[in-house]
Design a protein around this ligand. Structure first.
Ligand SMILES: [Fe+2]
Length: 430
């Protein structure tokens, strides 16, 4: 069934113009969050102090109008709202409207969404598609590195907003903090806010649901992990801009699991507990158990969550690549004790239907990991949305794990798992 679902991936690189307030009250949004059978989340950012409410109703019955529960994240001059819409019915279209304190509609603050169909025990899982991507760099000349802007145009978001997909999966580096941003809590908020406020992004935020995990640049400085002193503050900022239904455990981390029809999505947090990339993979010829990417607490959760998943498709989402044995840096394979522990667990327990998704690399490819006596694992890497493409060394360019040797650097839209458009011929999924 998964082959019937179109995972639409965009790897276009185009210029970026933004930072104009959307209207009098909203800074960005509304953005649809996670929508399941009977609840939904809708997010927006307002000017500080703005008093707004959200109302919703079945598209065919405005008489059944309800007021959403509201939570406010307010800090250092930034104010975001997460609205919880409850008591919904499965498989129904809804409308919503954001109002100001005078009970007037806020321009641009209304839209529609549909809940997931209650299919289990009733009908085959409905087909659905989703978008996925990573590495969104918004240019701000005063704080960017000198020279050619690192971020490209963001017209890709306008193209994505034309797609009839159920949700967008953000694979990390969903905004890029820089020197001017990641040395202060305010800077982390400011970068998330000004990236999200890009006018070209707004139609996509309203068109479909949005969920995601982070990587280094929306967590903090390049390659940062457990040593980042503002990691708690960064978590607060991220969860204020990505209202996933869960975020780690007891106030730590952002990992969580989501379900869309017959696919479970396991969003990993590859930063909160991450050892330095500079720590040696092995010492005296033995893999180094001290080097971890996701940490023991999260590993315990992931193993048990995989075992408890009864969906045929189990998608493990990691901001970093997971299965590339020929990567010269920043891949879970450089944390050999931990990744081998997971791979052995999947093999021993004969867990079916596992697929990896990843971002970060500034190019896109499918990595295949053959396994003795069972199905191969794939790691589908999708990058980048607007950030520049990266240069690969000779070993990576000739990577024998790359499916069909298709390496995408930019300006390409991929429809997975079957077609790469417009220049590359059929990509066969086995
Ligand atoms: Fe990254």
């Amino acid at each position: 069934m998964f082959l019937k679902k179109l995972l639409k991936i965009f790897c276009l690189s185009l210029p970026l113009i933004y930072l104009v307030p959307i209207n009098g009250q909203l800074v960005s949004g509304p953005m649809i969050g996670y929508v399941e059978h009977r609840t939904a989340k809708i997010w927006c950012e307002s000017k500080p102090g703005a008093e707004i409410q959200l109302f919703y109703w079945p598209a065919d019955s405005i008489k059944s109008r309800s007021k959403a529960y509201r939570s406010i994240q307010n800090n250092l001059g930034f104010q975001t709202f997460t609205f919880d819409l409850v008591g919904l019915e499965p498989g129904i279209a809804y409308q919503y409207e954001i109002q100001d304190q005078k009970k007037k509609s806020i321009p641009g603050g209304s839209g529609t969404f549909s809940t997931q169909t209650l299919w289990k025990w009733r009908i085959p899982s409905p087909d659905f598609s989703f978008l996925a991507g990573s590495c969104y760099y918004g240019n701000e000349t005063a704080y960017d590195r000198p020279g050619k802007p690192y971020g490209a145009e963001s017209n890709i978001f306008q193209s994505m907003a034309q797609e009839e997909s159920y949700f967008m999966l953000w694979l990390g580096d969903n905004y890029y903090t820089r020197e001017a941003d990641y040395y202060s809590e305010w800077g982390l908020w400011d970068r998330a806010s000004n990236s999200r406020a890009n006018p070209k992004l707004q139609p996509l935020l309203k068109k479909m649901g949005h969920v995601g995990t982070w990587d280094d640049h929306d967590f903090g400085p390049n390659n940062e992990g457990v040593a980042f002193p503002l990691r708690e503050e960064s978590r607060e900022v991220f969860t204020s801009y990505f209202p996933n239904p869960g975020a780690g455990y007891r106030g730590e981390g952002i990992y969580t699991k989501l379900t869309y029809y017959d696919a479970d999505l396991f969003l990993l947090d590859n930063r909160t507990w991450r050892s330095s990339d500079s720590m040696r993979d092995s010492i005296d010829g033995k893999p180094n158990p001290e080097k971890k990417m996701i940490g023991s607490q999260q590993m315990e959760w992931l193993k048990n969550a995989l075992l408890n998943s009864y969906q045929p498709f189990k998608i493990i989402i990691n901001g970093s690549q997971s299965l590339n044995q020929h990567s010269n840096k920043d891949c879970w394979m450089h944390y050999p004790v931990e990744i081998n522990e997971l791979l052995e667990f999947i093999q021993i327990h004969q867990i079916r239907g596992v697929i990896f998704l990843s971002g970060d690399k500034h190019n896109s490819e499918i990595i295949k990991l053959d396994r003795a006596g069972t199905y191969p694992l794939y790691d589908i890497t999708l990058s980048s949305l607007t950030a520049g493409s990266s240069k690969l060394n000779a070993a990576e360019l000739a990577n024998p794990q790359r499916v069909n040797q298709i390496l995408l650097k930019k300006t390409t839209m991929v429809k997975f798992p079957f077609r790469v458009q417009p220049k590359i011929e059929s990509l066969k999924w086995k």
